[in-house]
Design a protein around this ligand. Structure first.
Ligand code: A5A
Ligand code: ZN
Length: 473
């Protein structure tokens, strides 16, 4: 394995790309733009992250799988949806050398694959609510600059949920339930975020409204790491999805959908990583504890103790490895730090004599622990480390979100992070904000407890509405 020197995180973009390689997450050398290869260790991380997603969804959703290819005839039915996606669709036009009668789209997302089948599955109010999800690859011919894990043409790990309800209000409640699930998902990854209701010109094509989660990246630009959409009856009317209500009448269903992609891994790497490499949350780290034996004398006896500790920790459900290689301890520390392992245990002959080990956390905290309490101490330190990581990330985010009174101030603030400005809510003023500030309107804060009082930065009208602005990935 080659050891590469990581640039400082100050040079975020270089640092990010180098870390994907040095941390063995993604190999970007695949010869199709926007399509990347998961290294086995990156895949192991991804699997743990998506297992967590499954744990959160499974109590109230059923996992399923729909086909990758969508007939043009189905894809082209919903006008708004087509307008939003037509420039991004890959088409399959041939089977072997024969042109297909009906072209097939590679799903950019699966509404048009799933909803014709929902029409068959939903008959009466007894079939509702229906809540399914799938974790699949989707394809988007992105024309903006592609970036590994962030803007892909093959999204390998698109988690999309689709739900069907008897009323608009019930669907709106489901959007909130989805946001609560995503909030918990990101809490367990120690990633802070902002909720924003996307402006009308940036909602999901075919939705009534879209709520997004945005996280602030180290360079102050935001990354949209999840979205939940209220679809209302827009797709139901197109695909004729109806149910018989309790009064025996046919009614259109109301729908939602919500999605998360491997951008969650991009956020994980970017928010927590440091100049030494990855910093992985305990909840998803493929290796949670690495034992590094300090082998200068009594080699076999030391290894014996280490193997015994490993067996005990593994039996307690901890993902633990022992590094028995020939390198010097310093070289091993360097490598496991790069991989982001949350806790390292160092044990040498003298420690064994004293019945202790040195525990080093990935955030730099070091302590000497009695071997008798090792397991309990590890679990306590892991829990504390999570809180420290979350608090640090939250403090960073808070430092990068500021109220601004003028376009000029907002222009400056969006170089560093997110600006909050008064916005009367009119579309014209919204577009003017984007043009004059040179940043995107993320939307109005959602689920915010504060009430805003100010005036629109464009027209000056007094308003209780505000908008978050940022330069976006
Ligand atoms: N059907 C709904 C859920 C949907 O497609 N929503 S979405 O278009 O907003 O995509 C869901 C999430 O996927 C986005 O919030 C974003 O985090 C992620 N995403 C979108 N395009 C992406 C791309 N090209 N590469 C990686 N992630 C992407
Ligand atoms: Zn205005």
């Amino acid at each position: 394995m080659t050891e590469s020197k990581l640039p400082s995180k100050e040079n975020f973009s270089e640092w990010y790309h180098e870390l994907l390689k040095a941390g063995q997450i993604i190999d970007v050398r695949y010869p199709v733009k926007g399509m990347c290869v998961w290294y086995p260790s990156g895949f192991a991380l991804k699997r743990n992250v998506y297992d967590l997603m499954r744990v959160l969804l499974d109590p109230d959703h059923q996992e399923t799988q729909f086909p990758l290819l969508i007939p043009e005839t189905e894809f082209m039915k919903e006008a708004e949806h087509i307008k939003g996606f037509e420039d991004e669709v890959y088409w399959v036009t041939h089977g072997g050398t024969s042109p297909l009668d009906i072209k097939l789209a590679l799903r950019p997302t699966s509404e048009t694959a799933i909803y014709p089948i929902f029409k068959l599955w939903v008959r009466s109010h007894a079939d509702l609510p229906l809540k399914i999800y799938q974790i699949v690859n989707t394809f988007r011919y992105e024309t903006k600059h592609t970036r590994p894990l962030i803007r892909l043409r093959e999204i390998t790990s698109f988690k999309e949920a689709h739900t069907v309800h008897a009323s608009w209000e019930e669907a709106a409640e489901q959007v909130e339930a989805a946001l609560t699930i995503y909030a918990e998902f990101y809490r367990r990854l120690a990633i802070p975020f902002l909720f924003a209701k996307r402006p009308s010109w940036d909602k999901f094509p075919g939705s009534d409204y879209s709520i997004a989660l945005d996280t602030v990246m180290p360079d102050g630009r935001t990354l949209q790491i999840g979205t939940a959409h209220l679809l209302g009856t827009n797709f139901a009317t197109t695909y004729d999805i109806t149910f018989e209500n309790e009064a025996g009448e046919q009614e259109f269903v109301n729908q939602t959908c919500y999605g998360v992609s491997e951008r969650c891994i991009a956020a994980l790497i970017s928010v927590h990583g440091d100049d030494k490499g990855l910093v992985l949350p305990w909840s998803v780290a493929p290796v949670q504890v690495v034992i590094v034996p300090i082998l200068f004398k009594e080699k076999e006896a030391t290894l014996e103790v280490c193997r015994d500790i490993k067996a005990k920790l593994a039996a307690a459900g901890i993902r633990v490895e022992i590094d028995e290689g020939d390198e010097r301890p310093g070289a091993k520390f360097y490598r496991w730090e790069m991989k982001g392992v949350p806790i390292r245990i160092e044990i040498g002959p003298r420690d064994i004599k004293n019945g202790v080990a040195v525990l080093a956390r990935r955030d730099g905290k070091k302590l000497t622990v009695s071997l008798d309490d090792l397991q309990t101490t590890i679990l306590n330190e892991a829990a504390d480390l999570h809180e420290v990581m979350l608090a640090r990330a939250q403090a960073f985010q808070e430092s990068r979100v500021k109220d601004c009174e003028t376009v000029e101030e907002a222009k400056e603030q969006t170089q560093a992070g997110v600006a909050r400005v008064g916005w009367c809510g009119l579309e014209d003023c919204g577009h003017a904000i984007e043009d004059e500030v040179g940043a995107a309107v993320l939307g109005e804060p959602w689920r915010s407890e504060e009430t805003y009082q100010g005036s629109c930065v464009i027209c000056g009208a007094k308003t209780e509405k505000c908008a978050l602005l940022a330069r976006q990935y």
